[in-house]
Design a protein around this ligand. Structure first.
Ligand code: 5GP
Ligand code: MN
Length: 364
C-alpha cells in the first residue's frame, strides 16, 4: 500500500513542492519518521473522521479543512472525509472555503459508527474533543496532529511539532511530504491557520520557515489582504462594544503586572454578544506596557469559568499554570476550564500568577 501511494503521489507531481530537496529532508529527519506512519495509515483508510478541540479557532478550522481538501483531491482511494466539531462553531471563519461542510456532533446525523482513521488537529488532550472523543478513540486508527507544548500524545500516531507556529504549518509539512499539490482552497485554509496562530506574524513563533511556508501558500492562491480583512477588519459592533466595556473594567494587581477582565453572561447579554466575541480581548490587555500576564475570565453557560491567558515574556510559562487546573496550551498563550464560579475563579488563580510574576521579577 505504501508503494502504491508513493506511486500515486509521484504521478500527481510535486507541484509547489518542487523546491523540496535532500537538505530539507535531513533537517526534518525526525518528523519524516512520524510522517511515514501517518502517510501509511492514510493509505490504508477508506473513511476518515477529522476533528479538533471545542471552541475552534482559525488554526483549528484551517487545518481541518486543509486536510479535507487535500485528501479528497489527491487520495482517490478515500471514500469519505467527515470534518466534525463538538460544540459551537464561531461565525468569524465563515469565509473559509468548505466551512459549511464541517458538521457539529450535536446535529450530525450521517456519521459512521466507526471510521478507518480519525485525525485530531490542533488539540492537546482528548478531553478537549468533547462529544467527538468516542469517535476518535473508536476509530481503527488515529492520528494526533498538533503543535501544543502540553500535548499528551493521545493518538495511536502522534505528529506533535511543538516548534511549529501552527497546526496548519504541520499540515503543510505533511502535505508536502505526501507531494499533494496545493490549490487556492488548501492554501487559504492553511494560511488562515498560520496568520491567526502567529497573531498576524507578530509573535515569536514567526520563524523564517513560517515565512517560507506562507510564501508557498500565497503562490498557491492564498490572498493575504482578503484573509486579513475577513479575520480582523470585519468585527461585529457587539464584539467591539463588549470588548470596550470589558477593557474599561479591567482590574490590575498593585504593580499592574497582572491585568484581568471578567466577562459574565450578563455582560454578554447586555451587548447582544456571544462567547466568540470575547476573542482578542486578552491580547488587548497584554498590550498594556506594565502587563506581564493578561487573563480573561469567561463565565460559561453552565456557570463555571473558562480562562484565556497570555504571557508577555518567554520567562513566564502560562501553559504550566493552566496545567494545575487541567488545562494547557503554549508557553505564552494558554487556557483551562475551572470548576469554579466566575466570582470564585479569580481568587483561585490570581495568587498563583502573582507568585509566578514575583519569581520572574526576582531574577535579575
Ligand atoms: P484561547 O485563549 O485563544 O482560547 O487559547 C489559547 C491557547 O490555549 C490555544 O492554543 C488553546 O488551544 C489553548 N487552550 C485554551 N483552553 C484550553 C484548555 O482548556 N485546555 C488546553 N489543554 N488548552 C487550552
Ligand atoms: Mn494552533
Amino acid at each position: 500500500m505504501r508503494f502504491w501511494l508513493s506511486i500515486a503521489w509521484e504521478k500527481l507531481g510535486s507541484g509547489n513542492f518542487a523546491g523540496y530537496n535532500i537538505v530539507q529532508k535531513i533537517a526534518f529527519a525526525r518528523s519524516l519518521v512520524i510522517y511515514e506512519d501517518f502517510i501509511a495509515a492514510i493509505g490504508e483508510a477508506r473513511t476518515i473522521f477529522i476533528t479538533a478541540h471545542v471552541g475552534p479557532d482559525g488554526d483549528t478550522l484551517g487545518s481541518m479543512l486543509g486536510f479535507k481538501f487535500a485528501l479528497e483531491k489527491a487520495c482517490p482511494h478515500i471514500q469519505r472525509v467527515d470534518c466534525v466539531i463538538s460544540g459551537k462553531m464561531p461565525d468569524a471563519y465563515s469565509f473559509l472555503p468548505g466551512i459549511k461542510e464541517i458538521l457539529r456532533m450535536e446535529t450530525a446525523s450521517t456519521l459512521l459508527t466507526q471510521y478507518d482513521m480519525a485525525i485530531s488537529v490542533d488539540c492537546g488532550s482528548p478531553d478537549r474533543l468533547g462529544l467527538a472523543r468516542p469517535y476518535f478513540e473508536g476509530a481503527k486508527n488515529s492520528a494526533n496532529i498538533d503543535h501544543h507544548i502540553s500535548n499528551d500524545r493521545f493518538g495511536k500516531i502522534n505528529v506533535v511539532e511543538t516548534t511549529a507556529a501552527a497546526s496548519a504549518e504541520v499540515a503543510f509539512d505533511i502535505l508536502k511530504e505526501m507531494r499533494i499539490p496545493l490549490d487556492a482552497n488548501i492554501a487559504t485554509c492553511l494560511y488562515t491557520g498560520i496568520v491567526t496562530d502567529t497573531g498576524g506574524f507578530k509573535y515569536g513563533n514567526t520563524t523564517a520557515k513560517v515565512m517560507e511556508t506562507t510564501a508557498a501558500l500565497i503562490s498557491a492562491g492564498a490572498n493575504p489582504e482578503y484573509i486579513f480583512k475577513q479575520l480582523y477588519e470585519e468585527q461585529p459592533l457587539c464584539q467591539v462594544m463588549l470588548q470596550a466595556d470589558a477593557l474599561l473594567h479591567t482590574r490590575f494587581n498593585a504593580d499592574k503586572t497582572i491585568g484581568w477582565a471578567v466577562v459574565t453572561r450578563e455582560l454578554l447579554t447586555q451587548h447582544g454578544a456571544l462567547d466568540e466575541h470575547i476573542d482578542g480581548l486578552v491580547e488587548s490587555i497584554r498590550r498594556i506596557d506594565s502587563v506581564l500576564v493578561a487573563v480573561v475570565f469567561k463565565e460559561t453557560e453552565s456557570g463555571i469559568t473558562k480562562i484565556s491567558i497570555r504571557s508577555d515574556t518567554h520567562d513566564i510559562d502560562v501553559s504550566a499554570v493552566m496545567g494545575v487546573f487541567g488545562g494547557g496550551g503554549h508557553k505564552m498563550a494558554a487556557g483551562c476550564t475551572m470548576e469554579f464560579s466566575i466570582t470564585d475563579a479569580p481568587e483561585k488563580l490570581l495568587p498563583l500568577l502573582e507568585e509566578k510574576v514575583r519569581q520572574k521579577l526576582l531574577v535579575p
